[in-house]
Design a protein around this ligand. Sequence first.
Ligand code: NAP
Length: 270
Amino acid sequence: AQEAGAVCIDNGSDFRLDPAIPLIVPEVNPEAATSESRFIASPNCSTIQLVMVLHPLHQAARIRRVVVSTYQSVSGWGVRAYEDLLNQIPQALKSLNKVSFDPTVFSSSVAFNCLPHVDKFTPDGYTKEEMKMVLETQKIIGDENINISPTAVRVPVLVGHGESINIETENRLSASQAQEVLSAAPGILVMDELNKDNPRHDPLERTYPVPLDIRKPEYQDLVLVGRIREDSTLKNGLNLWCVADNLRKGAALNVVQVGELLIKKGIIRP
Ligand SMILES: NC(=O)c1ccc[n+]([C@@H]2O[C@H](COP(=O)([O-])OP(=O)(O)OC[C@H]3O[C@@H](n4cnc5c(N)ncnc54)[C@H](OP(=O)(O)O)[C@@H]3O)[C@@H](O)[C@H]2O)c1
């Protein structure tokens, strides 16, 4: 397609770390698209929602280290994993001891289960998914000094990835300052306020996003953030939780937004 004169936006993982190929999340590094760009890569789904959250906080307080644990839906693997989970559920409701599954998809049945195994293993014990989050994030944010310690986990959710993120910054950001920074960031919606009058009679209960939220049209294209707290074990530390649609912002939507960015910059004509 490129030889025929097309500008290509690739959703796969083959070229993302090639230094000659821009890797773009339009809200984060639109400057990476130039008139020279004929081939652009779109990041991994878990990376996209991570950099959407980290970038504004990095600009506000310089991030030093991140510890991230993912809660990734089965559709991140593809449609076969989605269908396999749907096949497992009726069996699992009858007996958790006898759930057949496709072993070429995941290493075990995933209904009512969690697997700390996303993509293939690397020689140092991490998985490729975990290393994608490290290396792609550093490339997109343009800072190899951000240390990222990842654990990627597959959970029995059909669509929508969650991430628990612990962030150490150079400069202090209070939880309310972090909330302000994130609320002002494009593509992010903060859902973190007192949830008064809840039937659990918890006067301190707060709102937070969950994967089923991204089924709602008003949330489906956003990265939803909640549980923003200061980490009392660090001088400058934050904990938060985010959720996004891995098939939309984590994949197809980001590709469309890169195309829109190219049009806006006059690199391609519609
Ligand atoms: N799923 C995610 O969350 C996600 C996130 C970021 C990036 N990506 C990337 O997006 C790409 C697609 O992933 P996916 O999750 O959508 O996979 P998928 O659910 O398995 O879907 C792949 C699709 O590609 C079609 N296909 C496969 N080989 C083809 C060929 N030679 N010619 C034409 N069509 C072909 C398949 O059609 P048939 O069913 O007819 O075979 C199927 O519809 C991958 O590169 C993946 O890395 C996925």
